[in-house]
Design a protein around this ligand. Structure first.
Ligand SMILES: Nc1ncnc2c1ncn2[C@@H]1O[C@H](COP(=O)(O)OP(=O)(O)OP(=O)(O)O)[C@@H](O)[C@H]1O
Ligand SMILES: [Mg+2]
Length: 226
């Protein structure tokens, strides 16, 4: 599903952020990407949805080397990848429903399909009863659930979550991870970049540890530290 082959990334300022990364992630795996601040976790994710291109190497997503995509092909890649961020990035003047529906409107789907899919997605994350609320009326956990609903509304085979619990308390963090696991079990490959030691240790999933742009550990049923 995802394969990085000899991937390196140097930003325009000359900073080497990823160094010869080789990584294979199979269909429907659940993987934590851990490592200290600046290790390159976010950069690795940005390569997958082509927010950035690698300086060298191949980034294969569903058999396509996304490093070689033309600009006009990138939106099609992104329909196959849902993305969730620490700071939510919800549109503040739109309701929860509208935020989720917006992701479908760009695909040109008919209005009735948009409504049905958005409602299904909100139901899956437990946000149906808050569908008409605005983002500033929600708790952090509810905001993150809304973002997850938006990310999965197109039913993407891949879901990327970059520090999804960064602004949440331990109980809410745990709920969000349970939700990500539920989505994983519905045939979605899930990658979670995180500093959250407790959730990584509790979930016992594959752990890929980055340090200074290199993979220093790749462990099944892993923990945050060795
Ligand atoms: N657009 C950019 N231009 C230049 N340098 C960048 C850019 N984005 C990130 N960096 C640098 O690349 C390094 C890796 O950043 P990245 O955001 O991938 O780390 P991270 O592991 O996600 O860290 P954190 O845990 O703090 O989120 C950092 O030193 C950062 O300053
Ligand atoms: Mg980051």
């Amino acid at each position: 599903m995802i394969e990085l082959i000899n991937v390196s990334k140097t930003y325009a300022n000359g900073m080497d952020v990823l160094l010869n990364i080789n990584l294979h992630i199979g269909k429907e795996e659940f993987v934590f990407i851990v490592g200290p601040s600046g290790a390159g976790k976010t950069t690795l994710m940005r390569l997958l949805y082509r927010e950035e291109a690698p300086s060298s190497g191949k980034v294969i997503v569903d058999r396509v080397n996304v490093a070689e995509l033309d600009t006009e092909q990138i939106p099609y890649l992104r329909r196959n990848i849902g993305v969730v961020f620490q700071d939510y990035k919800l549109l503040p003047k739109r309701t929860v429903f509208e935020n989720v529906a917006f992701a479908l409107r760009v695909t040109g789907a008919p209005r009735s399909t948009i409504r049905r899919k958005a409602m299904q997605s909100l139901e899956l994350v437990g946000m149906l009863r808050r569908a008409n609320a605005f983002p500033d009326e929600l708790s952090g956990g509810e905001k993150q659930r809304s973002c997850i609903a938006r990310a999965i509304v197109n039913n993407p085979p891949i879901l990327l979550a970059d520090e999804p619990t960064g602004n949440l308390d331990p109980t809410t963090s745990w709920d969000i991870l349970q939700l990500l696991e539920k989505i994983n079990k519905r045939n979605t490959t899930v990658l979670v970049a995180t500093h959250n030691k407790n959730v990584v240790d509790d979930m016992k999933k594959r752990v890929v540890a980055l340090e200074s742009g290199r993979i220093i550990r790749d462990q099944q049923l892993g923990s945050y530290n060795v």
